[in-house]
Design a protein around this ligand. Structure first.
Ligand code: C5P
Length: 238
């Protein structure tokens, strides 16, 4: 499946900024948003309840990594908040991922982080002491994630096709690092346009600053959503 709404990364430091941002959208426009560590640690569960009450879907991006029992209990709490998607670090192991699934329940979408895209191959080999290529490590973790009964992974759109090959076509590839045509890439190094991400098999895209920092966030969101769904502007007949 492919989720038609781009997930908006709500990378704001305060509740107030989230409120101001969300109030720009028409009430009937139901969004899919990502709440990450900064916002969650600043506002706690209250921010999740607020966003859910507005009728939006929530990906809570906290990347859990601890002993299986602790992760299971934490996931039980997050599931009770009604989050639609959450994640763990695949490095925590298959037992930890299975425990996360038990805690989170069968319904929500549970995915894993393989290698962070901030990790270089050299760092991985020296620091983590993993003597393979970065791609092999990503594919290894993706397979283990599928084995553990999770739904997918966070990955670079560049890796999506290979990941689908070693897992299954319905394994979720959620890809950040998306920029609309002609946009400022910011600190992202390997970006991809929504249409390319679709063609390569991303199931979800995460977009932050191109929407949150836009002069007109609603228009930016609609344009990116259109690109992602293959509805590029048609030439006018007038
Ligand atoms: O503003 P931008 O579109 O770059 O935001 C992308 C979001 O996705 C941020 O919340 C960032 O932390 C997250 N992310 C990422 N690259 C990864 C994993 C997560 O950009 N590899």
């Amino acid at each position: 499946m492919r989720e038609e709404r781009p997930i908006i990364a709500l990378d704001f430091p305060t509740f107030e900024e989230v409120k101001v941002f969300l109030e720009k959208f028409p009430e009937e426009e139901k969004l899919y948003v990502k709440i990450g560590m900064e916002l969650y640690y600043a506002c706690g569960a209250e921010i999740v309840r607020y966003v859910k009450n507005l009728g939006h879907s929530v990906f809570l991006d906290l990347k859990l990594h601890d002993i299986p029992n602790t992760v299971k209990s934490a996931m039980t709490v997050l599931a009770k908040l009604g989050v639609d998607m959450s994640n763990v670090h695949a490095a925590g192991g298959v037992e930890m991922m299975k425990a996360a699934r038990e805690g989170f329940g069968p319904d929500g979408i549970l995915i894993a982080v393989t290698q962070l895209t901030s990790t270089s191959e050299e760092q991985m080999q020296d620091y983590q002491n993993i003597q393979t290529s970065l791609t092999d490590s990503v594919l290894h973790y993706a397979k283990k994630t599928a084995e553990a009964g999770l739904d997918g992974v966070v990955c670079s759109a560049h890796e999506a096709a290979a990941i689908h090959e070693v897992t299954s076509q319905d394994f979720v590839c959620l890809t950040p690092g998306i920029r609309p045509a002609g946009a400022d890439v910011g600190d992202q190094k390997r970006v991809m346009m929504p249409r390319q991400a679709r063609e390569i098999g991303s199931n979800y895209i995460v977009v932050g600053r191109p929407i949150t920092q836009a002069a007109n966030p609603v228009a930016a969101y609609q344009a990116i959503k259109g690109e992602w769904n293959g509805q590029e502007e048609l030439p006018s007949h007038h």
